[in-house]
Design a protein around this ligand. Structure first.
Ligand SMILES: CC(C)(COP(=O)(O)OP(=O)(O)OC[C@H]1O[C@@H](n2cnc3c(N)ncnc32)[C@H](O)[C@@H]1OP(=O)(O)O)[C@@H](O)C(=O)NCCC(=O)NCCS
Length: 168
């Protein structure tokens, strides 16, 4: 019998390659057919191993989740970027490898990210999600998030709507 353990921890510089691979697999899976191909390819190639190593060196707050020692997901977090929101913290990105989605790891990573923001005295959390990302919207609604604002973003010539979910 195997016992599989999931562990969340702060990213280290040597994790850059693994995070970059999670980013590529998860973004292709989540956004192919939604974000135009060329824009998606550009966003993925920009986030190569050097980009992630640099982000970790600059102390960007990144947590990774490991399954039996392998990094299968990451979350980035910090101060909320919209000054009119009362929520002080923001989860910028949360992504798992497609084959590890739907087994509770997202809930663990999300809870640990919220805890990390609370530890740093940020009151309230906001997350932006593309409004057509049905799976993530369902996840945030299930986690008790409240839709508080709408926005939009251009990806080449395509405009996509996005929604902000918040937790007080
Ligand atoms: C979004 C994401 C992080 C969620 O993680 P996950 O591991 O798939 O979700 P979990 O298995 O931890 O689900 C946690 C809970 O949410 C529920 N849930 C998950 N997706 C749901 C959905 N679409 N609708 C309703 N409930 C959902 C689960 O049933 C579970 O409920 P429970 O705690 O009552 O059992 C993950 O699927 C992912 O990486 N998706 C692709 C990238 C992405 O879109 N990221 C968000 C960008 S803003």
């Amino acid at each position: 019998m195997f016992t599989i353990t999931a562990n969340t921890r702060r990213a280290k510089p040597e994790d850059a390659g693994a995070i970059s691979r999670v980013h590529e697999a998860s973004w292709k899976h989540a956004y192919a057919g939604l974000v135009p191909y060329a824009a998606l390819a550009r966003m993925i190639s920009r986030r190569d191993v050097n980009w992630w190593a640099n982000a970790i060196r600059k102390s960007t707050l990144i947590l990774v989740v490991e399954m039996d020692g392998e990094i299968v997901g990451y979350v980035t977090l910090g101060p909320n970027r919209v000054s009119t929101f009362p929520h002080e913290g923001e989860i910028y990105e949360i992504y798992l490898r497609p084959e590890y989605q739907g087994v509770g790891l997202g809930a663990k990573l999300f809870a640990d990210a919220k805890l990390e923001l609370k530890r740093r005295s940020y009151k309230g959390v906001v997350v932006w999600v593309l409004s057509d990302n049905d799976h993530a919207i369902g996840f945030y609604q299930n986690a008790g998030g409240r839709a508080i604002a709408n926005g939009s973003e251009h990806f080449d010539d395509k405009k996509l709507c996005k929604t902000a979910f918040a937790w007080d």
